[in-house]
Design a protein around this ligand. Sequence first.
Ligand SMILES: [Zn+2]
Ligand SMILES: [Zn+2]
Length: 395
Amino acid sequence: MNKKALSPVFIYDDEEIHYKFNESHPFNQDRLVMTVDLLRKAGALSDSAIRTPRPATDSELLRVHTAAYIEAVKALSCSVPEDRWVKEASRFGLDTDDTPFFPGMHDITAKIVGGSITAAELVMSGEAPHALHLGGGLHHALQSKGAGFCVYNDASAAIAHAKETYGAKVLYVDTDVHHGDGVQWSFYADPQVCTLSIHETGKYLFPGTGAVNERGEGDAFGTSINIPVEPYTEDESWLECFGEVLTETIARFRPDVIISQHGCDAHAFDPLAHVHCSMRVYKAMPELIHNLAHQWCEGRWVALGGGGYDIWRVVPRAWSLLWLVMSEQTVLSQLAAQPQLALPRAWLNAWQSKSPVQLVDTWLDPVDAWAPIPRREIITEKNRQTKDLSMMYLK
Ligand SMILES: [Zn+2]
Ligand SMILES: [Zn+2]
């Protein structure tokens, strides 16, 4: 194989914005369009890096979901579903305000799952060192139930593909502010898959799980790792917990591949949670994962999207930084030399008039201008205790 041809791939299709529950729902895939536009205007995404997803097959979905659930999703995807299926929707978690059924739901979600499986396939086959699929990261979907804006669990399907097709040991890393429950439960008794999730404590936030004592069961005890941090946690403490636990976990577990979920709703501006991080963590976390993938996994790294509900000020910058890190763009060295580096003017001009809020015009946030959080020391100390507890039984 020609080594020089190996470069990271960006899995994307404009169609992915049709994963949409309704006009007023907070899960809004216009953020994908804004991210791609930011990367293009920064000169950091070429057409040759882009691959389009293909739909997942039923047998790929069956690795993660029950046949009854897939049948219900398909039936509820008609423009006017039959009454008997509408009556069944609540049994499958598809009648809630969070995750209501919508026309075309099966086809578009199967495509998102296929995108994440394609990412895993390209990396595991050695065609690409890293792959990014920002349309994916639907980590709350359960075996027989939709939940938390997620219909099918593409992260679990990508892990199952790497495991079943390549016999890979997989480390799943979830940086979304909500616990990566669906993925954790998919592999809770599976010692070949280790799941690590950092999130705001479930005491106050959906889905309520992700306590330190959820450690896996049977042979898999010690391969489910949770770091539930306090509300109002800031960059320093978030990164201290994440860095120490991830570095120690990977050194012990020795995975063949990292599959990571990059929800960026731990940002201070995010309307759905209470963690107070800045854009700095969305550069630092991918940098650490990237380094560890090269150190322990011969570079194999698959990254997915996830939550992120400030689609104007947060998601495009956070997800662009992820790709900049993954594909080692020159913008990063400019940013290292100049922390207040501005975003491309053409991007700001294109989106400011559409945005209901003033856009941030730099890659990183001007955190020095932010009001300090009270109780910082107490929060940091509590998070340290949680971090130590989370590492007690690592495999
Ligand atoms: Zn690399
Ligand atoms: Zn989330």
